[in-house]
Design a protein. Structure first.
Length: 165
């Protein structure tokens, strides 16, 4: 009888272990299935959360030709220390993502010019040497223009002319 009882207890323990495994595994399996459906895009479409734009419309929007806003010519003296004054003359254009943003950029022009002039006056002539200096200047001007012209988005600052004297 004890052998029967031991066999019965082992069967119950095995049954409880299987039951626990199924109870713990079911939510994990469900989470994996839901995650797979979400990331493949099936679940958002079923829930009605799909984007209104088709992929072709999104690509056309990305390929939309950018608009350009010309900045007035700027002349600023660089931070040359105690040496004789060194000036930079800069003509540039701002590349904006949408042509509809042009009025906002033009309205922010005084602020843009002030930020650019202030930044240029703090630069040393050595910082503008070479392509790395020009690249750093471009990146700094883009960051400042993006802040000043918000909510318009500045894509790039294109240098038309840059003279250092």
């Amino acid at each position: 009888m004890s052998a029967k009882k031991a066999g019965k207890q082992e069967g119950q323990v095995a049954g409880i272990g299987k039951r626990k495994l199924m109870l713990a595994g079911a939510p994990v399996l469900l989470a994996v299935i839901v995650g797979a459906l979400w990331f493949t895009g099936v679940l958002p479409n079923l829930l009605g959360g799909s984007h209104s734009k088709t992929p072709a419309a999104e690509r056309a929007e990305k390929l939309q030709a950018p608009a350009y806003v010309e900045l007035p010519e700027m002349v600023a003296n660089l931070n040359a220390g105690g040496r004789h004054p060194i000036y930079v003359k800069l003509r540039a254009k701002l590349e904006i993502s949408k042509a509809e943003d042009e009025p906002a950029v033009r309205a922010a022009m005084p602020r843009l010019l002030d930020l650019f002039q202030t930044y240029l006056r703090e630069m040393r002539p050595e910082e503008l040497r070479g392509s790395a200096g020009t690249y750093r200047l471009r990146e700094e001007l883009i960051a400042r223009a993006d802040i000043a012209a918000a909510p318009a988005r500045i894509q790039n600052v294109l240098f038309i002319e840059m003279l250092i004297q």
